[in-house]
Design a binder for this molecule. Sequence first.
Ligand code: NAD
Ligand code: MG
Length: 395
Amino acid sequence: MKQKITILGSTGSIGVSTLDVIARHSDRYQVVALTAHSRVQELAKQCMQFRPKVAVVGSAEAASELQSLLFAHDLNVSVLFGTAAMCEVARDCDVVMAAIVGAAGLAPTMAAAEAGKKILLANKEALVMSGQLFMDAVRLSGAVLLPIDSEHNAIFQCLPRQVCDGRYPSNSEQNGVSKILLTASGGPFLTTPLDSLRKVTPEQAIAHPNWVMGKKISVDSATMMNKGLEVIEAHWLFGIPVEKIEVLIHPQSVIHSMVSYVDGSMLAQLGNPDMRTPIAYGLAYPERISSGVAQLDMAKIASLQFEQPDLKRFPCLAICFDALRAGDTAPAILNAANEVAVQAFLDKKIGFLMIPVLISEVMSKITNRRATELRGVMEQDLLAREAANQFIAML
Ligand code: NAD
Ligand code: MG
């Protein structure tokens, strides 16, 4: 029987890579729903190729545009719009690829967790915002959570099999895990002179040396906020305390992360930097399927380099470690401030170096509170966005 898949964020970088892998294995997977925000033309093309039952977009206008495009091609796809519809399609399937970018993905990803689905998690912001609530929902419903972020997918592959099968969190002491090492390319500004960083443009920031990704995560990679968010993501996914998570710069992006064990062993997962590898792994787990990614040519790569991250160059990384230590809704405040800051930088309203300044300012303004339900998290998210926008308006 084919597995029925919903892809949240199908028009994005991860969404498109997911459909590429699925197209290679149409005997195993059936796409039942696709969602996108506003890129209606792309979504219509995907509907023509994959024939889902439902397509969901962000607004009524986008829905009527999509409806007409599909009607012209005589396609029988139900077109819906809005967050409630995205939550609905996340419940009505076997597998959910959670690939919406940012806080917008939280509600549908949480709906999939509460409904006990197999979740392929790319939307790291959902977990950063609501780590405890999300993991509680996964445990309560018996959902299967498979990390797609390449680093977390690598760690998942390097952890003892019984940890993966027992689901999360692992007990790192009992399993002999002494540390996890998240590798980071260092992004496009790893060696840029510090005094030139003030003037870098959005175009330079999104030109990642190794990965092709959406704009938001590309800017996050340039500030290393992405790695900071991944530290928080790893903490929740694997139940690993913050002091056992280390970040290591590895400019080639060949080793996607490592797990260090008490006996001195260190396991790593290697591969070409192409998200179709972790996506294929998540789709077929515990089996392996082809992904379209070429094998690594180790002789050609010849050498791999590593270095400690420079926190003066990448203050966002330190801000994330602090937010994780602070706990409660500090990571949600951080995430919201970062989303506003990144958008303002892409819109050329603030400079690159203002991103960490703005985030720190917002974090000092908003009182960190515990949230026992999603509503509390969303309230903190909103307060942080308001404070960030006020700060930008005053500049
Ligand atoms: P992207 O910008 O290319 O795509 C984002 C998708 O989300 C699009 O389909 C878009 O329509 C949808 N979307 C955007 N705003 C929305 C809204 N308000 N409501 C509903 N849908 C909305 O992003 P991406 O690079 O594919 O990243 C997606 C997620 O995966 C992010 O959380 C990112 O951190 C994570 N991720 C991406 C990569 C990568 O290589 N691209 C790697 C690891 C993790
Ligand atoms: Mg990553």
